[in-house]
Design a protein around this ligand. Structure first.
Ligand code: NAD
Length: 258
């Protein structure tokens, strides 16, 4: 069944999104990767994942609401109706609230929360009409619990968890499910600044920075491989997951069990 589906994964030029794109392409879906890299770089990456009849690239800056609004239309022109939307693009900014600028707040909120809202709005009508759809929003443990110095990210991710519950209820009888995945620390470039700050604080290596970061929060003391997040996305896309909607699934090495 999945093989006939079209999936759009935002922020899929690296990290978790790229792992999801590779996993869904390997399962035979038509996959649209997306990011802010140049069209030539994005198309080269798409070509590495699969034939251009099955894998395409669209560049769109999701901090710009016009570009976000157009993304679904452009995706539909490429491969037809979007059946699976993975809202994965996200950025982080770490600062105490007294030093958190409005510009940074706006940027984090626009990419991590407003863009998923706009993209869901644009593709849910088509999913409802076709009687099948999957929304998978990559939130975070920070959509469930707090940490210091991440005010915008916490607001965006808690907002995304709430928004997803509402969408799940609105779509409950339509064949469309909407869920969040809430990863803990995962081995991707988004963590680099935090790891370097931890390493500098203890005067240690990058690897010691990783251990410091994990020691504070993640009991399994291991950065999660992006492929494990992708495996959960693939499961939620399948027909066996048709009854799962409105959940926020932690994949977090025990972080939220504490
Ligand atoms: P990453 O930095 O490796 O990837 C982020 C992706 O977002 C990139 O493909 C980038 O092109 C895209 N992006 C950034 N700014 C953009 C913009 N203005 N417009 C469009 N796309 C943009 O990070 P990642 O860890 O793979 O993050 C993926 C998602 O997982 C994010 O939503 C993040 O908040 C979430 N997450 C990550 C972790 C982690 O530890 N890595 C933990 C919890 C949640």
């Amino acid at each position: 069944m999945l093989k006939t589906r079209v999936a759009l994964i935002t922020g899929s030029t690296q990290g978790i999104g790229l792992a999801v794109a590779r996993k869904l392409a390997a399962a035979g879906l038509r996959v649209i990767i997306h990011g802010i890299e140049s069209v030539s770089d994005g198309e080269r990456l798409a070509g590495e994942i699969g034939d251009k009849r099955f894998v395409g690239y669209i560049r769109a800056d999701l901090s710009n609401s016009d570009e976000a609004l157009e993304l679904i239309e452009r995706a539909e022109k490429l491969f037809g109706g979007v059946d699976i939307l993975v809202n994965n693009a996200g950025i982080q900014h770490v600062a105490p609230i007294e030093e958190f600028t409005l510009a940074k707040w706006d940027k984090v909120l626009s990419i991590n929360l407003t863009a998923p809202f706009l993209l869901m709005k644009a593709c849910l009508g088509g999913m409802r009409a076709r009687g099948w759809g999957r929304i998978i929003n990559v939130a975070s443990v920070h959509g469930l619990i707090g940490s210091a110095n991440k005010s915008a990210y916490l607001a965006a991710k808690h907002g995304l968890v709430g928004l997803t519950k509402g969408v799940a209820l609105e779509m409950a009888t339509s064949g469309v499910t909407a869920n969040c995945i809430c990863p803990g620390f995962t081995d991707t470039p988004i963590l680099e600044a935090q790891i370097k700050a931890k390493a500098a604080a203890v005067g240690g290596s990058y690897q010691e920075g990783v251990q410091e970061l994990l020691r504070e929060k993640q009991p399994n003391m291991t950065l999660l491989p992006p492929a494990q997040i992708a495996a959960a996305v693939e499961f939620l896309c399948g027909d066996d997951a048709a009854g799962i909607t409105g959940i926020a699934m932690p994949i977090d090495g025990g972080w939220t069990a504490q």
